[in-house]
Design a protein around this ligand. Structure first.
Ligand SMILES: NC(=O)c1ccc[n+]([C@@H]2O[C@H](COP(=O)([O-])OP(=O)(O)OC[C@H]3O[C@@H](n4cnc5c(N)ncnc54)[C@H](O)[C@@H]3O)[C@@H](O)[C@H]2O)c1
Length: 428
């Protein structure tokens, strides 16, 4: 069981990372400011690329202890599955790949191999499905998945989501969705507070809850037609996400976890959610916790952003709250989203949180920062901490100098922001 394992502390020769190797998971505690810059995904996943040899059917069996980048005898090549998807997903992933290639060329310490998968609405229109039957099996052979966005008005959204992104998350057991949100250097944001007041890490339960897929429709077309959407909450899934959230909170300076709930109105699953959270809290006496209803949370994020740090929420609640968080931090176009299983037995998927944005289709003005930040998270997850930090520096060079797209008050196109990022990497 997750909470019964005893951590074995190792200090690696590269002194910046203290690695806690447990028999079921690895967590990396930050030792320098890079951690804050790159975000919690970096802090928690600075391991060497490739997947753990553990049995995917039993993640508790993983025994792999990660090696620091500096211990490698030769550069590793990471195999990346590219799924740009639809709309601006294509533009921002193109931007991300250019930046990743620039980092590979600049640093020369790792290789990247990209394999493109055309899983999208266009694929659906041609073949009747968003991806082929063996799509997930193909994706699972890579070290990571770099995802754009899926969905287009010509196909109902529940089809696109349930045939592509949700099966990937579920079947690859990516039960954590980590979404750090902060104000990037020099950028403008709508709240009247200090930029550093908005510095949050959302831990989203990514496997069940409101997106469990339980429910159905009966009596279609009848006046008495019925539809149900059943939210599922299980003790093991709540336990594992809570442990991860507490460990994330513990690794950050404030050591503060906010538990988002709706247990006043939803008196079964959400009450279980609260109870398990309180049970797990006993294992983390150094973490201060508070509990807040999701409706009150929206108000708190606006009125007292500095009182939050790490936040754990259900699949639906965190989905909504992180769009709000991104907008409060400057734009939905900047936010990143890392889907993974902490034991790394399956590849993680890294994506911007935004969708395919049909309203700005073909205009070349999509903000690539969310996808670039996701690229930095992916590098970090693969053990390329230096490359990850350099990419974040390049992003913040752009935000500090007004070299941004329209949604952030700038006038640059997606390609022009990308050129700035690539040039910064080359010159650094
Ligand atoms: N992970 C995913 O694949 C994902 C996530 C959200 C929405 N979607 C899908 O995307 C489609 C559109 O959804 P939506 O309109 O609700 O959300 P959206 O995120 O695509 O767009 C919301 C608003 O934000 C703007 N925006 C989003 N990203 C931007 C960027 N990078 N730069 C500048 N502006 C940006 C859009 O122009 C739009 O005005 C739907 O089909 C939806 O299902 C997919």
């Amino acid at each position: 069981m997750w909470h019964r394992t005893l951590p074995l502390a190792l200090t690696l020769p590269a002194p910046r990372y203290l690695v806690l190797a447990t028999i079921d998971a690895r967590f990396y505690l930050p030792g320098d400011p890079d951690w804050l810059r790159v975000g919690a995904a970096a802090a928690l996943h600075l391991g060497v690329g490739g997947r753990s040899p553990s049995n995917p059917a039993d993640p508790t069996k993983s025994t792999k202890i990660e090696m620091s980048q500096s211990k490698r005898s030769k550069p590793v090549t990471h195999s990346i599955a590219l799924v740009p998807g639809d709309g601006i997903g294509v533009d921002v992933i193109e931007s991300g790949v250019e930046a990743l290639k620039a980092l590979e060329a600049k640093l020369g310490t790792f290789g990247l191999e990209f394999v493109h998968y055309p899983y999208s609405v266009e694929h659906y229109q041609q073949h009747g499905c968003m991806m082929p039957e063996d799509g997930i099996q193909k994706l699972s052979q890579h070290d990571a998945i770099y995802f754009g966005a899926c969905g287009w008005p010509s196909v109902p959204d529940h089809i696109t989501l349930w045939q592509l992104i949700l099966p990937i998350r579920k079947q690859l057991r990516q039960y954590i969705n980590l979404r750090p949100v902060r104000v990037l250097k020099g950028s403008t944001f709508p709240l009247k507070c200090n930029a550093q007041d908005i510095d949050w890490v959302f831990v989203r339960e990514n496997s069940e809850g409101e997106y469990s897929g339980q429910g159905g429709r009966t009596h279609p077309g009848e006046p008495f037609e019925m539809g149900t959407e059943v939210a599922i909450f299980t003790r093991p899934a709540i336990q594992r996400v809570m442990h991860f959230a507490f460990k994330t909170a513990q690794s950050r300076p404030k050591k503060h976890l906010t538990i988002v709930t709706k247990s006043n109105a939803q008196r079964h699953g959400m009450v279980l959610w609260d109870e398990v959270a309180m049970e797990v809290a006993k294992s983390y006496p150094d973490v201060h916790t508070d509990k807040i209803l999701v409706d009150a949370m929206t108000v708190a994020m606006v009125n007292r952003p500095q009182t939050m740090d790490t936040i754990v929420a259900t699949n639906l609640h965190a989905d909504i709250l992180t769009d709000l968080a991104a907008a409060l931090a400057g734009s939905v176009g900047i936010a990143t989203s890392a889907n993974f299983n902490p034991d790394k037995s399956t590849p993680g998927m890294f994506e911007p949180i935004h969708g395919s944005a049909p309203d700005i289709k073909g205009q070349g003005i999509a903000n690539p920062i969310g996808a670039l930040w996701a690229g930095a998270d992916m590098l970090s997850h693969l053990g390329e901490a230096k490359a990850s930090a350099l990419l974040m520096e390049a992003i913040e060079f752009c935000t500090s100098n007004g070299k941004v797209t329209k949604d952030m008050g700038g006038s640059l196109s997606t390609k022009e922001v990308t050129e700035q990022v690539v040039e910064f990497i080359r010159q650094s």
